[in-house]
Design a protein around this ligand. Sequence first.
Ligand SMILES: C[S@@+](CC[C@H](N)C(=O)[O-])C[C@H]1O[C@@H](n2cnc3c(N)ncnc32)[C@H](O)[C@@H]1O
Length: 310
Amino acid sequence: MSIRAHESSPQPTPPVSPDPAPALCDYEGSAYRVEFWTGERAFEDQAERLALRTLLPPSGARLVEIGAGFGRLADLYAGYTQVILVEPALSMLHQAQERLGHDARFIFVRSSVYDLPLQDQTLDTVVMVRVLHHLVDVPRALTELRRIVRPGGAFVLEFANKRNLKSMLRFALRRQTWSPFAREPYEFVPLNFDFHPTWVSQQMQRAGFAVQRAVAVSHFRAGFFKRHWSAARLAALDGLLQRYASALKLAPSIFVQAQVPPTTTPVAASGLFRCPACHGIDLVAAVDSLTCPACGQAWPQRDGIYDFIQ
Ligand SMILES: C[S@@+](CC[C@H](N)C(=O)[O-])C[C@H]1O[C@@H](n2cnc3c(N)ncnc32)[C@H](O)[C@@H]1O
C-alpha cells in the first residue's frame, strides 16, 4: 500500500477545526480490491458481514459509509432509500461506481472523514469499516461523524484491536515489545494503527456517542485455520463466538454499535451537502458542479462523482 504524506446560508458556521487536514493514507490507484480481497480473505469478508447484519439498523432513509473503498459492503444497505459512499481515492470510487452505478440510490462522494461535505444531523446511519486504523486524528474524525448523525441515529464502527489473543500471547512470550494492554494507539507502520477497545470507547463517548454494544470479529484470522477449514465454516464458528464470546474481545477486529442520544437537540437541515471549506449550505447545482454561495468555491461533479477534495 503506497502511503503519500500527505442549499444558501448567508452566515456559514465556523469550521470544526481550523487545523489543516491530517495526513491521509492514500489508496489512489491501489490494487486493494484484487490484492487484498481476492481469495484468501473470504473468511474475513463473511465474518464482517455477519457482524454488520447484527449491528446495522436494517432500514432507514439515509446511510453513509465512510472510506467505502470499492463498495465491498454496499449490498448490505438494501433497506436504505439513499446510500452515500464517501471515499477520498477517486480510483476506488470509480470501482464502486462500476459495481453500483446502475442503482440510483447510490451517491458517490470524494472526501476525507475529517471535513465531511454533509450537513448536520442528515444521516440515519453511519458506517465506517477498516478505516479507523488509518486515522492519525481519531477525535477529530469522531466529532465530524457525530455531527452528521440525527438524534437517535446509529453509528457502526470497526477498528483494529491491539488487545487481541495473538498479541497478548506474543507479548507474554516476549516475541513482541509493545504492550497490548497500553491504552494509547500503536502505529505498527506509518498511518496504520491498532487500538485498545477501552480507548476507542472513551473517544466515542467524548465525541457524544452512546456506546451500546461491541462485537469481536475474525477470531480465525490465521493461515492454520484457513488451510484446514472452509471460509464458510470458519465464518459460522466466528458467528458463534461473535454472539457468545464478544465480551472477551480476543479477536483482531471489533465492531462497535453506538447511537446519538435521541434527546440531542435537533437542527433543521436544508439539504444533504454543505461546503467543506466554509460550511455554507444551500449549494447551487449546475450541470458539472456545486457552488457555495457563501465562499464562492465550486466543487466539481464529474462522471457522477461529487468531488470535495481541493
Ligand atoms: C482498508 S480500506 C477499507 C475499504 C472499505 N471500508 C472496506 O472495508 O472494504 C481503507 C479505506 O479507507 C480510506 N481512507 C483512508 N483515509 C481516509 C480518510 N481520512 N477519510 C476517509 N476514508 C479514508 C481509503 O481510501 C480506503 O478506501
